[in-house]
Design a protein around this ligand. Structure first.
Ligand code: NAP
Ligand code: GDD
Length: 356
């Protein structure tokens, strides 16, 4: 379909942005990403695929911009002329969205609207189709009304973050129907990896396990351990994003494993992998509680399987272990199963636990 394979990614420096960039480069795309100006480098997750843009081999290009800055988004769109846009940028931490609701909504909800408006004008003026992917979230289901959740389950968002994602979801549909845009919503359930941000519960746990083994951390402070999540592997999930944009018609898809586990079960496997009992290390800190919690998420990926041919490749247990292994390797420690690790090439900053 697309003669010139050019993709633009917002949130390219995030977990998903890094995997999606690798995937698209492998598919022969020229990849452009929007990065925020920061006083320290924020490109750790993509440094290994970035080469000097002066080189004739360069296929990955970065542009300064921000989802809160519509003028720049439009300028980048005009310069890059992408055929596909993946809108992954977001203040994506649910707990933090209660602390910074206005900024979260601006980047997540208004950010999506700004891009949709830019695409609408660009496509109308040039006649060139630009396919759009919106990074929707299972958090939109919130206080679940139906188990498992499908594309038709009603939303009941429980945080500023998920309210903003619901807005972006419906605007994506609205622009598809109003202006004939090829715009898709992925409703992705939690997906993790060794590149997961250090303050999400899975990575916080696997990183703590490695530091406890190393002897540099004694306690792991967590909040609510009773909630259940449908956790998959991020690398599988970015493939689904791309698949959505390769279909004949734009549509919305749930991407999930169809299994759900308690945080306690994640702890069992993560600590058990290094022969430790988490009960001896985990302590409760109420600061990690949320004003409103999402208790249970479990997705039904039937539509993605049947229409996209997508299915997950990594089991829950494999996921937990590969994350623990990667964090052990990051600290130059041996892995219990002798694994050399995947995706552990990153030398992430060594956050103090206060930042958790
Ligand atoms: P992430 O690791 O937190 O990455 C978020 C990305 O957005 C980063 O590149 C970040 O840049 C960028 N960003 C933040 N604020 C921005 C702004 N104002 N303007 C431009 N870029 C901004 O998130 P992720 O896990 O990769 O998730 C990708 C997307 O999928 C997000 O929209 C998230 O809400 C959504 N999602 C994630 C999951 C999941 O389980 N991972 C599930 C469902 C939906 P910096 O690096 O500079 O901070
Ligand atoms: N982050 C965090 N830190 N969560 C904790 C902690 C802690 O110390 N202790 C318990 N939890 C619980 C949270 O209360 C929540 O019930 C669960 O662990 C998962 O929290 P997160 O890992 O922060 O993820 P999330 O489910 O809130 O949100 C993630 O998944 C969404 C998809 O459902 C994020 O990636 C969102 O951006 C994404 O949309």
């Amino acid at each position: 379909m697309n003669e010139r394979k050019i993709a633009l990614i917002t949130g390219i420096t995030g977990q998903d942005g890094s995997y999606l960039s690798e995937f698209l480069l492998d598919q022969g795309y020229e990849v452009h990403g929007i990065i925020r100006r920061t006083s320290t480098f924020n490109t750790d997750r993509i440094d290994h695929i970035y080469i000097d843009p002066h080189s004739p081999d360069a296929k990955l290009f970065l542009h300064y911009g921000d989802l809160t800055d519509g003028t720049t988004l439009r300028r980048i769109l005009e310069q890059v002329k992408p055929r596909e846009i993946y809108n992954l940028g977001a203040q994506s931490h649910v707990r933090v969205s209660f602390d910074s609701p206005e900024y979260t909504v601006d980047s997540v909800a208004m950010g999506a609207l700004r891009i949709l408006e830019a695409v609408r004008d660009y496509q109308q003026r040039t006649g060139i189709e630009v396919r759009f992917y919106q990074a929707g979230s299972s958090e939109m289901f919130g206080k679940v009304i139906e188990v498992p959740q499908t594309e038709t389950t009603p939303f009941y968002p429980r945080s500023p973050y998920s309210c903003a994602k619901v807005y972006a979801h419906w605007q994506t549909i609205n622009y598809r129907e109003s202006y004939d845009l090829f715009a898709c919503n992925g409703i992705l359930f939690n997906h993790e990896s060794p590149r997961r941000g250090e303050t999400f519960v899975t990575r916080k746990i696997t990183r703590a396990v490695a530091r406890i083994v190393e002897g540099t951390q004694q306690k792991l402070y967590l909040g609510n351990l009773d909630s259940k999540r449908d956790w998959g592997y991020a690398k599988d999930y970015v493939r689904a994003m791309w698949m959505m944009l390769q279909q004949d018609q734009p549509d919305d898809y749930v991407v999930a494993t169809g299994e759900t586990y308690e945080i306690k079960e994640f702890l069992d496997i993560a600590f058990g992998h290094v022969n430790l009992d988490w009960h001896n290390y985990v302590a409760f800190d109420p600061r990690y509680l949320r004003p409103a919690e999402v208790d249970l998420l479990i997705g039904d990926p039937t539509k993605a399987r049947e229409k996209l041919g997508w299915k997950p490749s990594v089991t829950f247990e494999e996921l937990v272990k590969l994350m623990v292994n990667a964090d052990l390797i990051n600290l130059n420690l041996p892995t219990p199963d002798g694994s050399k690790g995947v995706d552990s090439t990153l030398n992430r900053r060594n956050f103090a636990s206060i930042v958790d």
